[in-house]
Structures are given as C-alpha cells and as structure tokens.
Design a protein around this ligand. Structure first.
Ligand SMILES: [Zn+2]
Length: 483
C-alpha cells in the first residue's frame, strides 16, 4: 500500500467514526439558514470546531465578519479547501416532506445545499489532519470559509487581499446530485452593479416642471440596454431588477435605482458589457438632468477547473464510490421528482468522469477568481436529488436527511483523499501547477473589483434580524463533537 493509500484509510476511518457529528454539523447549518454576510452562527460553529481540533483559526478576515481561515501544519505544499455556507431568502423548507412547507413562514433557508458544503469543508479538513498526524505528513492545509456566495461576494475580495497567496493547489467542494469535477472553464464571469440616479423631487401634479425624475433615468437606461442587447456578443447576457422606483405617483422620485448583472464567457467580456452599460447610464442621466452613481457590488472571473486536479479527484470518485441509497431514500427522491414534474430518475448511483473539457455554463460562482490564481478543482458531491432546480422549495427537502448525510460523508472522503494524494506526492502538485500555466494561456489575472471597494457588511442584516428569533426556535440543541 502506498503512503497516500495508508493515509486515506485513516481519513476514511475518521469520517466513519464521526458520521453523527458530520450529519449534525450539516443539519445545524441547515437550521441556522443564514443569508450571505450574516452567517454568524454558521461561521462561528465551523471555525470553533476547527479550532478545537488544533487548527489555527482567524475568524472575520478581509473585512468579512463571517469569513475565516483555519490553518494546520507548516511548510509546503500549501493545500487549500474553500467553500460557501449561505442560505437564500424565502427558502425556508421542512426537510423530508413532499410539499412546500416552511420551517418559519417567509424566512430564509437552504434550498441548494450550501449547508452540506460547510459540513464537507470541516469534515474533510479534520480527516486530513487526522491522517497527517498519524502518518507524520508535512505540509499546510488552509481552510477558507467564504461568505455570501449567493451574492458572488467574498472570494474576489479575499483573493485581492492576499488570502490565497502562497497556496499551491486548492479544492472547492459544492453540493450536487452526483460526483463530478470537470475541467476547463466551467462557469461565467459576472459583474454585479447598482446604478442609482439622483434628481429632484416635486409635486407631480402641481409643479412637475420643478422635478428631475430619477425614475425616468432608470427607465431610459432600460430602453438603452434593450437596444444594446441586439448587438451583444452571443453568450453575453444582462439582467436587472429595479430596486427603487420611487414611493408614490404624486411625488417625483428624487432617487431611483436599478441593479444589473452582466454575464460573459470571460472577465474581459463582462467588463466590456459593464463599460457599455455605464455609458448608457450616463446617457440616461444626461437626458433627465440627473446624476448617476455606480457601485460595483461584485465582479467575478469564470470558474475554471484544473485538469490534473480534476483527474486526481475523479480517481477518488472511483475509490470512494457513490453512496449506497436505501429504498426509502430512493422512494423519497422519486416521489419528489414526480411531485415537481421532472424526470423520475431517483437518486444517482453513478459518478461522472469527464471526457474532454466541460461545457461552460451561464451561472457564476465567486470561487472564479481563486481558480485563476491557484490551480483549483471544483468538486460536486451527491447530497441532493437530481433534476431539481436550486432555490426552489423541492431542493431543500433532502438537505437535512440521510441523503445529504451520505453525500457529505462520501464527499468528505473524496476531498480528503485528493488532498492526501497532493501531500504525499509533490509530483501531483508540480503537474497541476505546470498544467495551470498552460491552461491560463497567457491570460494574466487582475481583480475586477475597484481597489477601494469594501465588503457590504450590512447586506441582509435587516432580513436576518426580522426572522432570527423565530428561526432560533428550530436550532438543534446538540453540538457536533468530533473524536
Ligand atoms: Zn452554490
């Protein structure tokens, strides 16, 4: 048996004897149901568990109170694991039932599975540490907790501010319905920006000529963007919501705002759509004699996965295998698929091995920036039901059940296994880094965030404050204990 294989036996045994704690961590985060930037209980529990197990923890990094870095070991190689653990608004869903039922009426909740991401992050890190200790392995494991993925927020800041510097390779686990890694450019670049127009209010009936209508500017920007859409490069998209359109019709709005997402296959592409939108906004301001204030909330590069690390991870899929689902679990999945009228395939029993580069999706993830700085594999693990779209109540049903629990146990073994391979053989790390240089093909990463941009720490606070007391009635009493 190779050193890596021996280390994996220890990591697997760690996971097997801590199944209860891992499941409890998953469920605790599920019931916290905390929105992006407000993951206070979640990040505290996760970072405390890592600290108690001997990781050196810094909670509240880079201006994000709910981000953390937890480090174990020393020297090279430096291997990272990072993921998100935020919930979504109005996604409160009782687990294990076949209809839409809120845990807390109108509250946020997990209907994708970022709670399972958090469980895999902690469990795989602890399993690696157990194996490192037992086998005397050298190297550094760096666990980064990344808040507010749903707003595509934290990782571009954390990359900009140096938290991924010196990392050799990294892994980004994410919930899915099967094991999959893929390689090449997998997701899209996205710039999220608000455009606020400032005018002058007046009585809309009595003296409209005295007003300068900020809402008119929002509408005109919309018209301009609608015309521009015809000329956009295929694959480029933009979407918007009007977040402030005034208060009542007889008051000319002095402030109106619109929030835009600009998506493209490359960072440069997203930037050029954004620059064009900025001109359209300037035109709208000119036409209405208002002023426009632009705020870039986030700007992410497309997620890319390193071929060497993906192949390494896929070998772990084969080693660990898909969870063995019980008839009861399959029945729940089938009934849920029937209920929401999607293909009734039940739970997946196979893992996916990539044949050639992945197809780029229009979705975005804030891990994108990391993947252009450090060779990274995005690792999907099977903790949810196939064919069901996320952020819908049905995607919350499995997340605090044995389906999610089995998926996170298997996912943690895979992530730990891939990390142990890298710790035991520097050849993997060297190959990943060499491949990475070729994959970048001369593109030099540069953060798209303005240098002075600060994290929006107040984001989602009022929503969370409104629901927290009612939600806390459902928090789990028990605390995970690892041994
Ligand atoms: Zn996600």
């Amino acid at each position: 048996m190779s050193q890596a294989d021996e280390a994996k036996v220890i990591a697997d045994a760690f996971i097997e004897r801590n199944l209860e704690a891992i499941a409890l961590l998953n469920d605790s985060i599920f019931y916290f149901g905390e929105l992006g930037m407000q993951e206070y209980r979640t990040s505290e529990l996760m970072s405390d568990l890592l600290k108690e197990s001997g990781f050196q923890v810094e909670l509240g990094i880079g201006g994000f109170p709910t981000a953390f870095v937890a480090t174990y070991g020393s020297g090279s190689p430096v291997i990272g694991i990072h993921t998100e653990y935020d919930a979504n608004p109005d996604n409160s869903q009782v687990a294990g039932v076949l209809d839409q039922r809120c845990i807390t009426e109108g509250a946020p909740g997990h209907c994708e599975g970022h709670n399972s991401n958090g469980a895999v992050l902690v469990a795989s890190a602890l399993a690696v540490k157990a194996a490192m200790e037992a086998k005397g392995l050298t190297g550094t494991v760096k666990v980064i907790g990344a808040p507010a993925e749903e707003q595509l927020l934290s990782r571009p800041y954390l990359v900009r501010d140096g938290y991924f510097d010196g990392m050799d390779v990294c892994f980004a686990p994410h919930v899915g319905s099967e094991f999959a890694a893929g390689h090449g450019i997998m997701q899209s670049a996205l710039i999220s920006a608000t455009f606020s127009f400032h005018g002058e209010s007046a009585h809309a009936g009595v003296a409209p000529w005295k007003g300068r209508d900020a809402l008119d500017a929002v509408v005109l920007m919309d018209v301009g963007m609608a015309e521009y859409r015809e000329h956009m490069v295929p694959g480029t998209q933009c979407q918007r919501v009007i977040t402030n359109g005034g208060a009542q019709p007889n008051v000319i709005p002095k402030l109106a705002s619109v929030w835009w997402y600009f998506r493209a296959s490359s960072a440069a592409g997203a930037m050029s759509v954004f620059e064009r939108a900025r001109k359209v906004a300037e035109g709208a301001a000119l036409m209405t004699d208002t002023t426009c204030e632009v705020n870039i909330l986030s700007a992410v590069w497309p997620v890319r996965s390193n071929e060497v690390l993906s192949a390494l991870t896929e070998r772990e899929f084969a080693r660990v295998g898909m969870p063995v689902w019980s008839q009861e679990e399959q029945d729940l999945a089938l009934a849920l698929q029937r209920k929401v009228k999607v293909k009734e395939t039940g739970l997946s029993t196979t893992y996916r091995i990539s044949r050639g580069p992945s197809q780029q999706k229009p979705s975005a993830n804030d891990a994108g920036d990391v993947s252009w700085r450090v060779p990274m594999a995005k690792v999907y693990f099977p903790s949810n039901v196939p064919n069901i779209s996320y952020h819908h109540w049905a995607a919350g049903v499995a997340l605090a059940t044995s389906i999610a629990h089995k998926g996170i146990a298997a996912g943690s073994k895979v992530v730990a296994g891939a990390i142990l391979e890298c710790l035991c053989s520097s050849a993997h790390v060297t190959a990943a880094k060499e491949g990475f240089v070729r994959e970048l093909d001369g593109v030099v990463y540069q953060s798209m965030l303005p240098v002075s941009q600060k994290p929006p720490v107040e984001l989602n606070r009022s929503t969370m404050d409104k629901f927290r007391d009612a939600m806390s009635l459902h928090y789990l009493k028990a605390r995970p204990r690892f041994c």
